[in-house]
Design a binder for this molecule. Sequence first.
Ligand code: DX5
Ligand code: ZN
Length: 229
Amino acid sequence: MSRRDHLAQLREAAPVILPSLLLCDFANLEREVERLLAAGVKALHLDVMDGIFVPNISYGMPIVAAFRKLTDLPLDVHLMIEKPQDYIRQFHEAGADVMTIHAEAVDDVASILREIKSLGAGAGVAINPDTPLETIVDALPEADLALMMSVNAGFGGQKFNPVALDKIREVRRLAPDLLIEIDGGVNLDTIGRCTEAGADLLVVGSAIFGKPDYVTAVRELNSAAAAAS
Ligand code: DX5
Ligand code: ZN
């Protein structure tokens, strides 16, 4: 299956919960992947941070490559980095199926989305809560996915900012077929509002990894998401 075919599958399965592995146990990635597979997750969300675009550093290509070795699940790589265009080829070679760049980090969103697609990967564009949707409207026709951040990119465990919900409704109106993702503070209390607004992909960090049992956490999140979609 081509990497972009994964997008079509995710669209079919929407709403889909994507665990963000920022807060996982990095001392035992294999076990974490097994636990997530047992919980029935359909894709993994990997957060790359460079300490420049965001005031935090997470991991880069070697960890993406490690997940690639451990699973065939689609890898959705969220690039919170300056100059993402300089690294997309390496992340793709490491195993990224979808790469999402931040509009705030680049001058020409559309051309980088085209580059990502030319590699055969899915191309996403993200905006932080303070960035107006207008910034990316012209680039949306080049995007496979639009990520509306509901926290400022950089850290897990922050409070949900509902500004993302209005943007999701507007993106849905402007681009009915685009995959829409939301990321930050998505938990049992907020997930229903996300699917109700039209989000297809729901990134969840602490509301999974802060729980002792991923199977229960994902099941409860799934039913709250489906009930409102
Ligand atoms: C934040 C990351 C998120 C983060 C989500 O910048 O993009 O993916 O891990 O974590 P929670 O769900 O705890 O807000
Ligand atoms: Zn993320």
